[in-house]
Design a protein around this ligand. Structure first.
Ligand code: GLY
Length: 397
């Protein structure tokens, strides 16, 4: 009770440090407690031998996937965040348990997503425990990811076999920006310095080729593997080649502000800001993106809570690094909606946090479902918000 009152005072003081700000309509601690109760249900019923939880059902069960699935790091990552927030040993044990099966990924080279998979799980685990074994696994995974880098294109190959003889194309998707965080971390923590070079080169090439004049993003850019020239720009998960797939845009906003944090290179900040501007100018009134901003049947198209959660978290980082209050406002306007009964999985017997995400609409896969990465970035955003509030409060004193 005392804790809650103290938090409300902090929230009140914080809300008066920023002019004309969007008011927070929920208590982050209450939502985090709700997340704990949902994930408690999940860990009590999931069997680890069935694989990594990816998306779930109203009866509380989850679809579980092999560790090679690109989303395998998000469930353990969420458990690490719950531990970070609560300091409760129960979450530490659960996070350790659900992280351990991912170790073989350190040598997995079949796609680029090992950055997501290993940094969300082992990366958070190392940050919170300093476990040396976790560090070794992250460094080894970074070596593996670096084998997908090609100096001709100056990019990391997203999809495709690196051992293919004479490939005709080199595919890079915007999502790949997110894998660079692990390389940046590794280059500063005992790994090769070339990881930083690779990730800067990848970001620079993406910056050159992945965006239209209005700063909406292409999902997929294909390069000629022999010359590095762009061959084609298209979509896979979006509505059309020239549409703005909302999660792709979210990966870009998040990926470039992360690269600015890691390198202090101004053009990465500018890019994140430009991408965010386009995203926010295109949002519907309730601030939750449709799965694609150009989907044909808007307003009767599904929303994507995962895109919203990624952008909310990125906007809190944009606010922290620029001190521009509009980014705080944008984050809060999204979080207010996600923390409402419309999006929180309070009905039925779900054992997740957020409803209403879209995975891969063009093939009708995971449309209007709960999905592990929406929970991960939502909880990350709530924790970032709490840290920001404490920092602002201290600065005021
Ligand atoms: N990286 C795949 C996706 O965002 O769906």
């Amino acid at each position: 009770m005392y804790r809650k009152k103290a938090l409300l005072i902090i929230l009140y003081c914080f809300s008066h440090t920023i002019e004309s700000q969007v008011l927070l309509k929920f208590d982050p601690d209450e939502v985090l407690l709700f997340a704990e109760s949902q994930y408690e249900k999940a860990i009590n019923q999931l069997k680890i031998e069935n694989g990594m939880p990816r998306n779930g059902h109203s009866d509380g069960s989850w679809n579980q996937k092999p560790i090679e699935d690109w989303t395998s790091g998000f469930f353990p990552g969420t458990l690490w965040y719950l531990y970070e927030n609560s300091k409760n040993e129960k979450w530490l044990k659960a996070a350790q348990k659900w992280t351990a099966p991912l170790e073989p990924l350190k040598l997995f080279n079949k796609h680029h997503d090992i950055g997501f998979m290993v940094y969300c799980s082992y990366g958070n685990g190392y940050r919170l425990t300093q476990n040396k074994n976790y560090k070794e696994i992250i460094l080894q995974t970074s070596n593996t990811l670096a084998t997908r880098y090609r100096p001709t294109t100056k990019t990391i190959l997203s999809w495709g076999d690196i051992n293919e003889k004479n490939p005709k194309t080199h595919k890079v998707i915007i999502d790949n920006m997110m894998n660079l965080e692990m390389l940046e971390w590794a280059s500063k923590n005992g790994g090769s310095k070339k990881f930083d070079k690779i990730s800067r080169n990848h970001a620079n090439t993406t910056l050159k080729n992945h965006f239209r004049k209005d700063f909406s993003s292409y999902h997929l850019v294909e390069y000629n593997p022999n010359t590095g020239k762009v061959q084609n720009k298209s979509t896979v998960q979006g509505f059309a080649d020239d549409s703005m797939w909302s999660r792709g845009q979210a990966w870009g906003i998040y990926g470039f502000i992360m690269m600015y944090r890691e390198t202090a290179i101004k053009k990465y900040l500018k890019t994140s800001e430009n991408l965010a501007k386009t995203y926010f100018e295109s949002l519907p009134i309730d601030n939750i993106a449709y799965w694609d901003f150009n989907a044909p049947n808007i307003p009767n198209e599904p929303r994507d809570a995962s895109s919203a959660a990624i952008v909310a978290s990125a906007c809190l980082e944009l606010f922290e690094l620029t001190e521009k209050k509009m980014y705080y406002n944008q984050a809060i306007s999204i979080l207010n909606e996600l923390a409402s009964d419309k999006y929180l999985a309070k009905t039925d017997n779900y054992s997740c946090v957020l409803l209403h995400s879209v995975g891969y609409k063009p093939i009708n896969s995971e449309v209007n479902v709960n999905i592990n990465y929406a929970d991960y970035y939502f909880i990350e955003a709530l924790i970032r918000l709490k840290k920001l509030q404490i920092k602002m409060f201290k600065n005021k004193q």
